[in-house]
Design a protein around this ligand. Structure first.
Ligand code: 5GP
Length: 118
């Protein structure tokens, strides 16, 4: 089995994806199974498995990912209303163990945090 994560393979162009943005620190792709009309993934090139594994020295990268999320939201025309989600750990629904930020938009969010959904 390859030691590279799925997202590293996408970053390395070993697997296809819709690449919306990239720079020296991260890449942004469309989610293959969108949970909202706009569903993008902001993925650092550095293969940090999950948010809680980020080191003190990764702070600038963490900030950059947040900035890129806003930037691609602007590019997608959804900067007025989007949600940023990070699933940390299997128990929280993380399935790909290479840190990524979900940028979700164009979906009604009013009820998402109701008790039924927690
Ligand atoms: P997680 O559940 O780890 O927070 O999110 C992983 C996300 O990656 C899911 O939303 C899933 O649909 C997406 N995903 C899984 N495999 C692929 C793939 O091969 N290509 C793309 N673009 N997204 C993927």
């Amino acid at each position: 089995m390859s030691e590279e994560s799925l997202f590293t393979r996408i970053i390395n162009r070993e697997l296809p994806a819709d690449i919306l943005y990239e720079d020296d620190q991260c890449i942004v792709i469309n989610d293959i199974s969108p949970q909202a009309p706009v569903h993008m993934l902001v993925i650092p090139r550095l293969p940090i498995a999950k948010l809680a594994d980020a080191k003190h020295s990764d702070r600038a990268l963490m900030g950059h990912l947040m900035w890129v999320a806003g930037e691609v939201a602007r590019m997608a025309g959804v900067s007025d209303a989007f949600r940023l989600v990070v699933n940390n750990g299997k128990g929280a629904g993380q399935t790909v163990f290479h840190l990524h930020l979900h940028v979700l938009a164009n979906k009604g969010f009013q009820d998402t945090f109701s008790e039924d959904n927690l």
